[in-house]
Design a protein. Structure first.
Length: 367
């Protein structure tokens, strides 16, 4: 029997320029500031889109120091690319997506460094059928997102650039320095692709990757580096997790009651184990095999919400959460089980409050 229910399935996740279309339209219509050539809004407008503006009804989408955000925006105004470096789960990719959505209105021009193994995946390839029948031509050219960004004057995202082989990284030097790509197969002007106004590159790299240490020195000189750090303040992190979990739950079509005090237990556990320090300043062991980032906390809380919806009473409890905390915290490092148990024995056990005591009562899940 043919399944007719699958024809109108919604997208699991829409790009930022679609999700925040109303906010972008509002900011562009009210933006009085000077705009860099090829941009859709001014640097101040981009900043408001990222950090929010209560008076205008613009949601805060990224938690960071304003000075750092301004540096990144100004870096993209220049002829230099910008590399966002940080630990896994610090929302580097999310920041690059927001920047591309605000600056170019298109965040889908994206390269994945780990998936690039040859120049054709970095710059261009050919439509083989047209190449055989008509020979090399602009019509037969198949541009990559990088070349499209140059031709259309848009911001290009390069995810995990350090995982791209160094020889291919060097192939980008003419793109960043001279803003040109020469295609030897095409004659005359057709063989010279000049970057249009608005083109630039925002790249990301995990600081824990070995690849970040083998980046081409020449490429490093052509990019500004900015370190993206985990959210410092616990309350800010709790707000982010609550907001993002609520959004993920809506996309999943579930209506689960999110109790802030339960989410606070989750975020506090992640915050302390990630920093190696409790909220009252005592040192604790960091887990070696888990990032325990804000993004991971969102995933855990969303999984707990799904658990509560399909197997519970529609309200997320500490028990739902703890089952998924264990799966997130304990991965491939055997010593992490001992470290997590020690954290529960020394930090969770003495804490007052109903939800903390419920978490302590479920410590047997660690064994």
């Amino acid at each position: 029997m043919k399944n007719t229910r699958s024809n109108n399935k919604a997208a699991q996740r829409e790009p930022a320029e679609v999700t925040y279309r109303e906010e972008l339209d509002k900011l562009m219509s009210m933006d009085p500031g000077p705009m860099p050539p090829g941009w859709l809004m001014s640097p101040r407008g981009v900043e408001k889109f990222l950090l929010g503006d209560e008076k205008l009804g613009i949601e805060r989408k990224f938690v960071a120091d304003r000075a750092m955000v301004v540096r990144i925006i100004i870096s993209l105004c220049t002829s230099r690319g910008c590399l966002l470096v940080g630990e896994p789960g610090t929302a580097k990719s999310w920041l690059s997506e927001l920047l591309a959505a605000a600056i170019s209105g298109n965040s889908t021009l994206t390269l994945q460094g780990g998936a690039i193994s040859q120049v054709s995946q970095l710059l261009y390839s050919w439509n083989e059928a047209l190449l055989r029948t008509e020979g090399p031509s602009r019509k037969a050219l198949v541009p990559t997102p990088l070349l499209r960004g140059m031709m259309e004057g848009q911001l290009v995202r390069f995810e995990e650039i350090a995982r791209c082989p160094q020889a291919l990284q060097d192939a980008m030097l003419s793109v960043l320095s001279d803003r040109v790509v020469v295609i030897p197969e095409l004659p005359g002007e057709d063989g010279v692709i000049l970057a249009r106004e608005g083109f630039n590159l925002v790249a990301t790299s995990n600081s824990v990757d070995e690849g970040v240490h083998s980046m081409s020195a020449a490429l490093k000189r052509r990019m500004d580096f900015e370190e993206i750090r985990p959210i410092r303040h616990l309350n800010d992190e709790i707000d982010v997790v609550l907001r993002e979990v609520a959004r993920a739950n809506r996309r999943a079509g579930i209506d689960v009651a999110l109790e802030q005090s339960v989410v606070e237990v989750l975020v506090t556990i992640f915050h302390e184990l990630r920093n190696g320090q409790t909220l009252d300043g005592r040192s604790t062991d960091r887990l070696a095999g888990a990032a325990l980032s804000t993004a991971e906390a969102v995933s855990v809380a969303h999984a707990a919400s799904l658990n509560a919806w399909y197997y519970g009473g529609g309200a997320m409890t500490v028990e739902h959460m703890m089952h998924h905390v264990i799966g997130s915290a304990l991965k491939d490092q055997p010593e992490d089980r001992r470290r997590l148990k020690h954290y529960f024995d020394t930090t969770v056990a003495p804490r007052k409050g109903e939800h903390w005591q419920q978490a302590w009562a479920l410590r047997s899940l660690i064994h």
